[in-house]
Design a binder for this molecule. Structure first.
Ligand SMILES: [Zn+2]
Length: 152
């Protein structure tokens, strides 16, 4: 059953399922993809950083059917392609951890030569945090949305 059709009270106590203030504190919805949602991560040490979260409350790639897995990875690749077009990072890092938040999601972290953590593992929540003004978040979201359309 898709999470969109499930009454909020029946959803797991999970920020990706409930899309509540815990989620809004961390990220901003950019677009709905085939089987996932693309978010801009508010902490922007890595310029253009995003998250792709699967639509349902499963935690492992191997829990998906082959067809769902293919759609999810297409979503991840499409988001990364748009980020490359929007921000031109040297590389995008892919991080799927979920030790303590059991809902399948992938961090898409743009890396820049000589930028933060170039050549090594990105930091999940850098300190000090690089947070932006609302208008700057909106501009980043717009660039990604435009790139999603243009690189389709
Ligand atoms: Zn969930």
């Amino acid at each position: 059953m898709s999470s969109a059709a499930t009454p909020a009270a029946a959803l797991p106590d999970c920020l990706y399922c409930r899309k509540d203030e815990r989620l809004h504190a961390l990220m901003i919805e950019v677009a709905t993809l085939q089987v996932s949602t693309l978010y801009l991560f508010k902490e922007q040490t890595y310029h253009g950083r995003c998250v792709v979260a699967y639509k349902d409350h499963v935690n492992e790639l191997f829990e998906l059917s082959d067809a769902e897995l293919a759609l999810f990875m297409q979503d991840v690749a499409r988001a990364a392609r748009a980020m490359k077009a929007a921000f031109n990072p040297a590389k995008i890092n892919y991080g799927a951890y979920s030790d303590k938040l059991p809902h399948l999601h992938v961090h898409l972290v743009p890396k820049y030569v000589d930028g933060p953590a170039w050549g090594t593992t990105f930091t999940m929540m850098p300190e000090p945090k690089k947070l932006l003004a609302d208008a700057d978040y909106a501009a980043l979201c717009d660039r990604i949305r435009r790139a999603l359309t243009e690189t389709k």
